[in-house]
Design a protein around this ligand. Structure first.
Ligand SMILES: [Zn+2]
Length: 265
């Protein structure tokens, strides 16, 4: 059985650089006459579900780590990767970080090391000036045409209204938690920051190929709560307990990871 060595608490802000669309449920219920709504919290404000962010980071890392896309949907299309043997799992950063669903094929404990929390909108990031140009309270509405991919022409009657979180919106203090069960897990943390850096050059949500969803994950703070800290009640995330110094971007953290790692004692 694996024992907890400690937890890394990673906090950062996600700033929306180009309008972002993380779709809500398609219940047919149109809000504000919009065809494609964004997902909102119970107060009607857009948020970033932890599952969306985690799924995106996983996909980006799967592509970078060149793992096999052996997970298929019902139609047999490859949709991702999941290790199917103990031997592969032991060497797989992706499955160790993000976890496995069908773990019955693997004998060692398949612990999900990374937790990604939902991230909420910082209301003050939507300024009064911005609000004047928004169609809805927190969001903008764009007309989007569905394009026939073969002819390149607009499909008849295909004009849809898509809701987006506007550029400039900020989701403050997004939180990722990485549990360390083994000394070897520490190097997996570096890969989480590689994935975040990849995200900054990719997109979050839908319609990325149309320019939607550029985000910047920034102002990162990393804290280290070892198992002992939970016993002593010394887990408060005070500024002086930050372990990443003045390196606040994912690239800086990757570049200086060996130095930062020394603080994990
Ligand atoms: Zn794997």
């Amino acid at each position: 059985m694996a024992h907890l060595i400690g937890k890394l608490i990673i906090k950062g802000d996600i700033e929306v650089k180009t309008g972002m669309r993380i779709g809500g449920t398609t219940t047919g219920l149109k809000i504000g006459g919009v065809d494609l709504n964004v997902i909102t919290d119970p107060l009607g404000k857009p948020y970033i579900p932890g599952s969306s962010l985690k799924g995106k980071l996983r996909t980006l890392l799967e592509r970078k780590e060149k793992v096999e896309w052996n997970k298929k949907d019902k139609q047999g299309n490859p949709i991702g990767h999941e290790c199917d043997t103990e031997e592969k799992y032991q060497k797989c950063a992706v499955c160790k970080i993000f976890g496995i669903l069908g773990s019955q094929k693997i004998s060692s404990p398949t612990l999900t090391r990374l937790i990604v929390r939902d991230a909420y909108l910082d209301e003050s990031s939507i300024t009064e000036e911005m609000k004047k140009n928004l169609e809805l309270e927190w969001t903008e509405v764009k007309f989007e045409t569905a394009i026939n991919r073969i002819t390149g022409t607009a499909l008849g009657g295909s004009l849809r209204q898509a809701e987006r979180v506007p550029a400039g919106a900020c989701f403050k203090e997004c939180e990722l938690i990485f549990s360390i069960y083994d000394e070897k897990d520490i190097d997996l943390v570096k890969k989480v920051f590689e994935a975040i850096d990849l995200l900054n050059d990719d997109y979050l949500g839908g319609m990325g190929s149309r320019g939607y969803g550029k985000v910047e994950f920034k102002d990162i703070k990393v804290f280290w709560n070892k198992a002992q800290d939970y016993e002593n009640g010394t887990t408060e995330l005070k500024e002086e307990r930050k372990i990443n110094g003045n390196w606040t971007t994912p690239a800086e953290i990757v570049k200086n990871f060996e130095e930062i790692k020394k603080n994990l004692t």
